[in-house]
Design a protein around this ligand. Structure first.
Ligand code: BGC
Length: 418
């Protein structure tokens, strides 16, 4: 029986009454704010909803559509400011710390300690989940951001191999364009522009440059010739997207690759969740490869629990935290979602070849020092700094701004955001 022991414990809330401990039976409740609304995402979050119900909980779903979570972030802020925080919300990276500093997060250290999270998680992931030494969030997965997805048939028909340098990418895209095929499926939303940008920073500048520019915000790196070359490549990529790219959702861009309307998409491995949900197979219908260059950009989804009143909601938070870190959830959810488990002890035998690549690259980049947090997905910077960079990236991508002007704007914007 899955989580049988926990079921008994969580359904019995221990409350202090007149100094003595008394038991009261409650149904765990959770209102969960998340932004998993695409086909692959919805299939993944359903796994958690089912496990929550199987363990006696009542789940109230609060999905907020919008890839990358910007709209969900706005909805969460409104709820918390009005004194009506959800039980749990999908937040991650430094923004967990920002919420903690506002004094609104619940402490889930009891669950973490009882279940040995420290031993089950890599130190880098655990550090994102801790606030002043207490556990303030529970990790769901590790998504890799620096991926290119391709339509296998289009590549074969045009005699194209997966590119291993940006020059090769451009050459392949030129060939495809000449053949009347859209080279790059892209959705013109700021976070998607930022996603592509950070893979180009990593690929052209290398892991050390990425760290200096997008994690340490070193003005020299931000204002360098390398950054000029990055914006040049962004301008080249702009030439490979179709005329209708503006505002398109990321999953619709993935669908263009699936349907053979476009050859490539540069997107994190939640895109794989879409291919899989549509019944497509890696290596057969679609191909995955890391974007050109070394390194690994990680993006860890997690849930933080908010301070809420009432035993039922608190029991819900405990149940949710325990289930999310449970081995069965980490396996099934991540197979659907395109990511790999955050726990290190889940066997990857049943996972596909892209996930196997992700896990082995994560291990080798971690040893080699090139495992880096994604800025575009909220793992590297506080919101204000990340937003300042993304504004420039988007302004450049959607205009004829020169690379030199973009670099100047970037250094100014980052300086003003500090
Ligand atoms: C999240 C993924 C999500 C994607 C698209 C990323 O920032 O980490 O879980 O699928 O955005 O919404």
């Amino acid at each position: 029986m899955k989580y049988g022991t926990f079921k008994m414990v969580s359904a019995i809330a221990i409350v202090a009454a007149n100094g003595a401990l008394a038991e009261s039976h409650v149904t765990p409740e959770a209102e969960v704010l998340h932004y998993w609304t695409s086909g692959g995402e919805a299939k993944s979050v359903a796994v958690l909803q089912e496990e929550f119900a199987e363990n006696g909980g009542t789940w109230t779903d609060m999905p907020v559509a919008g890839g990358g979570g910007d709209a969900a972030g706005t909805a969460l802020r409104a709820r918390v400011l009005s004194g009506n925080a959800p039980t749990a919300a999908q937040i991650k990276g430094p923004s967990i710390q920002e919420w903690y500093q506002e004094g609104v997060l619940a402490d889930i250290s009891d669950v973490a300690e009882e279940n040995n999270w420290s031993e089950l998680l890599p130190a880098s992931i655990a550090s994102h989940m801790k606030c002043d030494g207490t556990w303030c969030a529970v990790p769901v997965n590790v998504h890799r951001v620096d991926w290119i997805w391709a339509n296998t048939e289009i590549l074969a028909a045009n005699d194209i191999e997966m590119p291993t340098t940006w020059e090769e990418f451009n050459a392949a895209a030129d060939t495809l364009q000449a053949a009347g095929i859209i080279p790059l499926a892209h959705g013109g939303q700021a976070w998607q522009d930022a996603t592509v940008f950070e893979t180009v920073v990593l690929g052209l500048g290398g892991p050390e440059f990425y760290q200096q520019a997008l994690v340490d915000l070193d003005p020299e790196a931000l204002g360098s010739d390398t950054m000029v070359a990055v914006f040049d490549q962004m301008r080249t990529l702009r030439g490979y997207v179709d005329d209708n790219f503006s505002g398109r959702d990321w999953n619709l861009a993935t669908a263009m690759v699936m349907n053979g309307e476009a050859a490539f998409q540069i997107m994190g491995d939640w895109a794989k969740g879409e291919f899989l949900a549509a019944g497509q197979e890696p290596g057969v219908d679609f191909t995955c490869a890391s974007t050109p260059g070394d390194g690994f950009l990680y993006n860890v989804d997690s849930f933080a629990m908010f301070e809420v009143d009432g035993e039922a909601k608190q029991a819900g938070q405990e149940l949710l935290a325990e289930l999310v870190m449970g081995p069965s959830f980490q396996e099934v959810f991540n197979m659907n979602k395109g990511s790999i488990p955050a726990r290190t002890d889940v066997a990857l035998d049943g996972f596909d070849s892209c996930a196997q690549t992700s896990a082995s690259d994560m291990a080798s980049t971690s040893d080699g020092g090139s495992l880096l947090p994604s800025y575009a997905h909220g793992m590297a910077l506080f919101g204000a700094q990340a937003g300042a960079i993304t504004d420039v990236v988007t302004a450049h991508f959607n205009s004829d701004m020169s690379s030199e002007d973009a670099v100047q704007m970037l250094t100014d914007a980052v300086a003003n955001s500090m």
